[in-house]
Design a protein around this ligand. Structure first.
Ligand SMILES: NC(=O)C1=CN([C@@H]2O[C@H](COP(=O)(O)OP(=O)(O)OC[C@H]3O[C@@H](n4cnc5c(N)ncnc54)[C@H](OP(=O)(O)O)[C@@H]3O)[C@@H](O)[C@H]2O)C=CC1
Ligand SMILES: CC(=O)N[C@@H](CCC(=O)OP(=O)(O)O)C(=O)O
Length: 345
């Protein structure tokens, strides 16, 4: 198959390229860029020299329709929604790494992103690409809304228990920490070396755009409105997300019983590893890979369930999951192209 990537010079795009160059079903890759048309990707990223020899081009619907089977948008918010309606008229399948199609209601998107997106009719056509949970729906989609990085780590951590009677759904606290590559490649003062080195800060407290995305899929599973407290932090590392989730228990239940529930939920899921009690996940244990590592603790003293979830924000949190979704769309082994061990140390 032929793939296209929009936003060719961004971090999400080059992470897609890293995996797609090793994908058995990919014949040709087209790169679309608004800023570097005519430039070879290896001139922008010298580490790709002799590995990828592709010049970037202008995105047009006609070019995509003629050459591409599956198109990835690795663009900032409020870009893909301008292209998707015309692209849906063609045969191309679309996997959008941005948030444009993750929420059901354009007004909710506008309130949290401070930008506009597509109409409700188009949002309804998108299937949410949390690949390890919704794979049956994903395989028939034309448009996939690839999940956000924090929602991936958080939903994989909470969905196995959200509809269980032993948890208090109104007590959920989500504490997230991300590496700096989560902010993309463009420069801003907050991710400047001198501002970020030996520093850690919370940001978007009570207002992060991933809050309604997490709440949407927790609420859908329970058919009840669920609200969470989500506080993201940025920490001085390049990649990785570690999310710690706290949920009150309504009855006594053993850690072992909950761990078994997680193991059963993710039984044949290649990329979700439910860790034993003694093995707390670390971001380095998933670095550069498509794994999500989960760990659960029951704090009997406070009657709380504490879930730790780690992913690589650029892989499971973006491009790796996008390729897993492409594999599901084409009936391929979902691990195709993604079978890499984490990079360690
Ligand atoms: N970084 C991460 O960890 C994650 C990112 N995402 C999402 O994936 C998307 C891409 O992120 P990431 O690669 O990190 O971001 P980057 O900023 O690194 O790259 C985005 C690319 O999009 C293109 N672009 C920028 N502005 C515009 C515009 N106005 N119109 C069209 N194209 C534009 C540029 O490429 P060019 O000039 O070549 O066109 C740019 O390099 C974002 O929506 C992000 O939120 C999701 C999960 C995790
Ligand atoms: C450090 C940092 O800024 N991280 C980004 C990660 C989110 C992201 O990329 O998300 P979308 O795909 O939903 O746009 C943030 O918190 O906004």
């Amino acid at each position: 198959m032929n793939v296209g990537i929009v936003g060719g010079t961004g971090y999400g795009a080059i992470e897609l390229m890293r995996f797609l160059t090793n994908h058995q079903a990919v014949e040709k890759m087209y790169l679309y860029s608004q800023s570097k048309q005519g430039t070879n990707i290896s001139d922008v990223y010298p580490h790709l020299d002799t590995i990828i020899d592709v010049a970037m081009e202008e995105l047009t619907v006609e070019h995509v329709a003629r050459h591409v089977d599956v198109l990835f948008f690795a663009t900032p918010p409020a870009v893909s929604h301008k292209w998707v309606p015309a692209l849906l008229e063609t045969e191309v399948k679309i996997i959008d790494l941005s948030g444009d199609f993750r929420l059901a209601d354009p007004a909710v998107y506008e309130a949290w992103y401070n930008k506009t997106t597509a109409s409700k009719a188009y949002l309804n056509q998108a299937v949410y690409g949390l690949a390890d949970v919704y794979r049956d729906k994903i395989k028939d989609a034309q448009l996939i809304a690839n999940p956000g990085c924090y929602p991936t780590a958080t939903l994989l951590g909470l969905l196995p228990v959200i509809d269980q009677a032993f948890i208090d759904r109104n007590s959920i606290i989500v504490d997230g920490k991300t590496g700096v590559s989560g902010a993309g490649r463009s420069l801003s003062q907050g991710v400047h070396y001198a501002e970020m080195n030996e520093n850690t800060r919370a940001y978007a407290v009570g207002s992060h755009k991933h809050t309604p995305e997490i709440e949407r899929f927790l609420s859908e599973k329970t058919e009840k409105s669920i609200f969470i407290n989500f506080t993201p932090h940025i920490v001085p590392m390049t990649r990785g997300i570690l999310v710690t989730m706290y949920v009150n228990l309504t009855e006594a239940i053993s850690e072992e019983a909950i761990r078994e529930l997680y193991q059963s939920f993710y039984r044949d899921r290649a990329f979700v590893r439910v860790k034993p009690g003694h093995s707390l996940p670390e971001t380095k244990q998933v670095y550069g890979s498509n794994y999500c590592d989960l760990h659960i603790t029951v704090d009997e003293r406070t009657q709380r369930l504490i879930i730790v979830s780690v992913i690589d924000n650029l892989v499971k949190g973006a491009s790796g999951q996008a390729i897993q979704n492409m594999n599901l769309l084409y009936g391929l082994d979902e691990t195709e192209g993604l079978n890499l061990s984490p990079l360690y140390p």
